[in-house]
Write a protein that binds this ligand. Structure first.
Ligand code: ADE
Length: 246
């Protein structure tokens, strides 16, 4: 089972999100397991302090090392069976590929959520196996990134989504952006559904979808095409799409 252990000073944020919808069901069905650990419970002074002023001066506070060491050493003393992941804008960027590798992880995934300006570097040095960013922007803490990872990983665990094809066909899963989708009614406020989708002709529908995926990727994320394994047919379609746009 994929197991997430979240260390945070805001446990309610994590519990609120994993307590709803698909994640709630996945947890109830024992497909994933999420536990939340309040970092303040591992502070030793009577005020439960988890941050302090930075050595060398400067703006903002730094998260103290001691509570992180205590929670990890008490809860998950065996290094072999844990993978400690620090959420931070300095980490390697999270992608669909990385979500897939998290979904196959057999160790417990421990997500450390930072707050304030920074975390004492010795936490990184001695405890952290992997540092992950969810994108090139700075948030107020690691809780949303932790939830982003749990959410993206959970939906790849077999059984979590109703239909396993729905994650296989996602944007990025095959290296391309998703194609457009339509549902009833056939005409909505004068806007129609592409006739091929109503034709019942499966190979034509597949081809139309492939063209749309290639078109959207070319227009919005052309760099994704450089890494794509393309068929002859894909190359032909792309050539036509490029000619169309010039
Ligand atoms: N903490 C603050 N910003 C972050 C980001 N972009 N990714 C991961 N953790 C963060």
């Amino acid at each position: 089972m994929v197991t997430f252990r979240v260390v945070t000073i805001f446990p309610a944020i994590i519990r609120a999100y994993v307590g709803e919808s698909i994640l709630k069901r996945a947890i109830a069905a024992d497909l994933i397991d999420v536990t939340v650990h309040d970092l303040r419970d591992y502070a030793t002074d009577k005020h439960k302090t988890v941050d302090d002023y930075p050595y060398g001066g400067g703006a903002g506070m730094v998260m103290k090392p001691d509570p992180f060491f205590r929670v990890i050493e008490e809860q998950w003393p065996d290094r072999q069976s844990r993978r400690v992941v620090l959420l931070s804008p300095k980490g390697r960027t999270f992608t669909q590929d990385r979500a897939l590798s998290f979904s196959r992880e057999t160790r417990q995934t421990i997500l450390l959520c930072g707050r304030y300006e920074a975390i004492d570097e010795r936490v990184r040095e001695a405890l952290v196996d992997d540092e992950v960013s969810i994108g090139d922007y700075v948030l107020t803490g690691g809780e949303l990134p932790a939830l982003v990872i749990i959410d993206a990983v959970a939906r790849l665990v077999p059984g979590v989504l109703g239909d396993s094809r729905s994650s296989a066909e996602d944007s990025f899963s095959c290296g391309l952006l998703d194609y457009p989708h339509y549902t009833r009614p056939e005409i909505f406020r004068g806007m129609t559904v592409p006739p091929v989708l109503l034709s019942g002709h499966h190979s034509e529908i597949e081809r139309w979808r492939r063209i749309q995926s290639l078109r959207h990727t070319l227009e919005r994320r052309p760099e994704l095409l450089e890494r794509l394994e393309m068929s002859q047919e894909d190359r032909k379609i792309l050539k036509e799409l490029k000619e169309e746009s010039t």
